[in-house]
Design a protein around this ligand. Structure first.
Ligand code: UDX
Length: 430
């Protein structure tokens, strides 16, 4: 059986909380440190500040092995391993902002029992080597550095942690790598150990591959529209080839979220900083941006003009099953619609944009899809929420001023929508 360890987790965001709860579930004792007092207060009161299925139950079930604090020294008092799960948002220059990572590393200098520091935050390739230097200069040569990127998707993060396709552990110190690998006893999935730079790159390359697949299918969708083919049928046929696989071939208005946009920029920066022109990656990003322009253009063509038009924007989060609005394609759509003079009526079951934040402050939030569709000249499906399949579309047809629907996620049934009298447009569908 494994040795239960004392672990400190820095950052109580999506990754930090999921990591902490899962490590506790595996039998370890975990102290989570976050700099936001309100967040810590909520967690201590048994509330979970983010939406992630299964996380609340996991935290409640392991409450005895989980502690929350704003005090770094307290979190580190017994810690043998420190996980860095703070966010690394893009700077204005497009690099990842590592200031939060550095401030955690700074606090490690006062950890009496520390054996290893594990970085889960997505960081530029080369960060590990820099952290190693800082640790060495602080007299912490005995603390091993380990890169352990996360590959979890929001909405299924707990399951991804406990049943991953693989766990990537990168490190130069075999003892630290072993220690971190052992922490995963009970996790069902292969462990891949490697050097630090490869681990950092594996994360960025995995995400870039997924983005590439989406932009690829979106470009095929454009060709489908030109030729009368149906991208849904094409993607299914293509995906059945076991060398290709069926996942991440869903055409639509493109990818968003907390990882893909940031990671693609980070990878681009990395390439540019070394004088390399990342042609493929640039094209992947460009196709993704174009998808949103094309969406607006299609609606504009169908309505004649967007000036003064009422548009229902159905779905705001970057994907269903999350409340996360970071880099959501809907944000760009809303901003462009407003710029064209449209009035935007929104619906989303979970999204909570910050008060006063644009473009949302200039839109009207509705309590149901039907309410958003009331009086609308056109509608855009921006997020594939299953609730949109339950909309009484016959009734919607009656309450809309003009029955024009652009389905940016190919969620609805084109034939059924047309039978109801809608002008239905999807992505890459005849
Ligand atoms: C992603 C990666 O999947 C995960 O491995 C990594 O750790 C973090 O980034 P996440 O951002 O949670 O996870 O979302 P994901 O489910 O991958 O979707 C990303 C975006 O791509 C969404 O906007 C989604 O709508 C879009 N998408 C996804 C498509 O447009 N088509 C697809 O076929 C799949």
């Amino acid at each position: 059986a494994q040795t239960p360890r004392n672990i400190a987790v820095f950052g109580a965001g999506y990754i930090g909380l999921v990591t902490a709860a899962c490590l506790a579930e595996l039998g370890h004792t975990v102290a989570v440190r976050d700099i936001q007092p309100e967040r810590v207060r909520l967690l201590r009161a048994g509330e979970v500040p983010i939406y992630e299925p299964g996380l609340g139950e996991l935290i409640a079930r392991n409450a005895g092995r989980l502690a929350f604090t704003t005090d770094a020294d307290r979190a580190l008092a017994d810690a043998e391993v420190a996980y860095v799960c703070v966010d690394t948002p893009p700077t204005l220059a497009g690099d990842a902002d590592l200031s939060r990572v550095w401030s955690v590393v700074e606090s490690l200098k006062s950890a009496p029992h520390l054996l290893a520091v594990v970085v889960k935050s997505t960081v530029p390739v080369g960060t590990g080597a820099r952290v190693r230097n800082v640790l060495n200069e602080a007299g912490l040569r005995h603390v091993g550095y380990v890169s352990n990127p996360e590959f979890t998707a929001e909405g299924r993060a707990v399951d991804d942690f406990l049943h991953p396709d693989r766990v990537v552990i990168g490190g130069a110190d075999p003892q630290a790598v072993r220690l971190v690998a052992d922490l995963h006893e009970g996790v069902e999935g292969p462990i891949e150990t490697m050097d630090v730079a490869s681990a950092e790159m594996a994360k960025l390359a995995s995400n870039a591959m997924l983005m590439t697949r989406i932009s690829f299918v979106n470009e095929i969708a454009v060709l489908c529209e030109l030729t009368g083919a149906d991208v849904e049928v094409v993607a299914k046929a293509v995906g059945l080839d076991h060398r290709i696989g069926a996942h991440f071939l869903q055409a639509g208005i493109g990818w968003g979220g907390s990882c893909f946009p940031k990671d693609s920029e980070a990878l681009k920066q990395l390439a540019s900083n070394t004088g390399h022109h990342p042609q493929l990656l640039n094209a992947v990003i460009e196709v993704n941006n174009l998808q949103k322009r094309r969406a607006i253009q299609k609606l504009k063509d169908a309505l004649g003009s967007l000036d003064g038009a009422q548009v229902a924007l159905l779905g705001m989060t970057f994907k269903p099953g999350t409340d996360d609005m970071r880099e959501a394609p809907s944000t760009v759509l809303a901003a462009r619609l407003l710029a064209e003079g449209a009035k935007v009526r929104t619906w989303d079951p979970l999204a909570e944009p910050a008060a006063g934040a644009e473009p949302w402050a200039s839109t009207i939030r509705c309590g149901s899809p039907l309410e958003a569709l009331s009086g609308a000249d056109g509608a855009i499906v921006a997020t594939a929420w299953p609730q949109l399949l339950e909309v009484p579309w016959a009734e919607a047809r009656e309450v809309m001023a003009r029955p024009v629907v652009f389905d940016g996620r190919n969620l609805l049934d084109p034939a059924a929508m047309r039978a109801l009298g809608f002008t239905y447009m999807g992505v890459g569908r005849p």
